[in-house]
Design a protein around this ligand. Structure first.
Ligand code: ADP
Ligand code: MG
Length: 459
């Protein structure tokens, strides 16, 4: 009997997938790695091994809740045996026997939404040892937002390691697969602007503030990216924790990202630290060489522009600590190859991305690095910033680049102009001045620049 079920195991898993329309990403993450560990014929039971080393220990409960009955039915339909299933973590079983693991890989459909980057989906997220726990937790929450093992889901890690990508992936997934749920995604920056504006107006008109409170408290899933920027901003922070409590008490899902573990957040009061810790924080780390190369290959596949293995390996070998820089280097070379209508040689590549390597290795902040961050922050592309595009948004973001490059690196206007599509020094000077002037009166811009400075300086 054990032999029979083992020989049909893959068929059983595929049956579950097809019969119950399980998405590709869930199939590959949860089902495919499951192993039939043993079958006890007399007790009509079986032990299924969950790869907790790759998915985290909470995954077992998730799989049990979500897939147990489906697996039971599939086993019965395919083999004729009705079994009670017990789930055990691999680490537990391995004490008894060494088992083999199968890797989880990804795929998912996507959906567009207003503030979400449609490129940030589970489908485009490469899983490696550096982020498999965070990925598994994110997917578990995306699948069962109101019954997850993680509340709040708190994803933390250094800059450019995929936090925003993951939180957007969750949002896309929920919007597509649980359309009945009210999902609200915002960045700390938008949240602060909204609360501060409403508070300012509340002296004359309390309805705005009340409307905002209601807006945040009536959702099923609240997602806030980079929550660290809210911490320490007294009034906004207080409002945020009131909302947090209200949602938590109603069993709503809260998803947060931050640059640090709650316990490491200096300005966060103890009583709040514990709240962030309720759902077991998960981290994203810097990827290993193989994962870096896999990320670049995935980009190449999506973009359809080939730089060649030699160049991809060169980038992966030299940019180690930050996926944003890794992509920045790739984007820069792709842009050059498009503009010059020719293949890039390794020598050109070395010259072109040396500034990004410098930022990455020596933590020296370069203009290329700043431009990358600003462009990504506003959801634009390097290409549009370098182009002649004069739309208000692009022009404005370009000026923010000029302002921040000048303020942070103190390089000449000429040099900054070269990095921004060969613009001349007077254009850069004008852009810098324009932002400097606007900052005197525009509170939202002040907040945006403050946050961008913090992102750039890793504060
Ligand atoms: P963070 O929010 O942690 O600072 P982001 O999520 O903005 O980082 O990631 C920076 C860039 O790197 C994004 O363009 C993102 O798509 C990409 N990236 C990060 N992690 C991965 C990954 N595991 N697979 C593919 N791309 C990734
Ligand atoms: Mg981010």
């Amino acid at each position: 009997m054990e032999q029979l079920i083992k020989s049909k195991w893959l068929e059983i898993l595929e049956h579950v997938k097809n019969e119950y329309s399980i998405t590709e990403v869930c199939y590959k993450t949860w089902l495919l790695p499951l192993e039939l560990y043993s079958v006890n014929e007399s007790e009509e039971s079986a032990v299924i091994c969950v790869n907790d080393e790759e998915l985290g220990e909470n995954s077992k409960n998730h799989i049990q809740k979500k897939y147990n009955i489906l697996l039971q039915i599939a086993i019965e339909e395919i083999t004729g045996y009705h079994l009670t299933l017990e789930y055990k973590n691999k680490s537990e079983l391995e004490k008894k026997r060494s088992g083999s693991a199968s890797k989880s890989r990804l795929n998912a459909k996507k959906n567009l939404s207003f503030t979400l980057n449609d490129k940030y989906t589970f489908d485009t997220f490469v899983v490696g040892n550096n982020n498999n726990f965070a990925h598994a937790a994110a997917l578990a929450v995306a699948e069962s937002p109101l019954q997850s093992e993680y509340n709040p889901l708190f994803i933390y890690g250094g800059p450019g390691l995929g936090k925003t990508h993951l939180i957007h992936s969750i949002a896309h997934y929920i919007i597509e697969n649980s359309p009945e749920l009210q999902v609200l995604y915002t960045t700390s920056e938008q949240y602060i602007n909204e609360i501060v504006d409403a508070m300012r107006n509340s002296k004359s008109d309390r309805t705005t503030l009340n409307n905002i409170k209601r807006k945040y408290r009536e959702v099923d899933v609240l997602m806030i990216d980079d929550v660290q920027f809210i911490i320490g901003k007294d009034l906004t922070q207080e409002e945020f924790f009131n909302t947090f409590n209200a949602l938590y008490e109603q069993g709503k899902q809260i998803i947060l990202t931050s640059d640090k573990h709650p316990n490491q957040m200096e300005k966060l009061e103890e009583r709040y630290k514990s709240r962030f810790n309720w759902g077991l924080p998960v981290d994203v780390k810097a990827p290993e060489y193989e994962t870096r190369l896999a990320i670049l290959k995935k980009k190449e596949e999506k973009e359809g522009i080939k730089l060649g293995d030699e160049i991809l390996k060169f980038i992966a070998e030299n940019i180690k600590t930050n996926i944003r820089d890794l992509e920045g280097a790739y984007n820069k070379l792709v842009l050059r190859s498009k503009l010059q209508h020719c293949d890039i040689t390794l020598d050109v590549a070395i010259e072109d991305i040396k500034d990004l390597i410098l930022t990455n290795e020596k933590m020296k902040i370069t203009n290329d690095y700043i431009i990358n961050i600003v462009v990504e922050h506003y959801g634009l592309t390097l290409e549009s910033i370098n182009s002649k595009n004069r739309s208000q948004k692009v022009a404005n973001v370009r000026q923010i680049c000029m302002y921040l490059c000048r303020e942070i690196t103190h390089t000449s206007y000429e040099e900054i102009g070269v990095k921004l599509g060969n613009r001349d020094r007077t254009t850069v000077m004008h852009g810098h001045k324009k932002i400097e002037e606007d900052l005197k009166t525009d509170a939202s811009l002040q907040n945006e620049i403050e946050i961008l400075m913090k992102i750039i300086n890793h504060q």
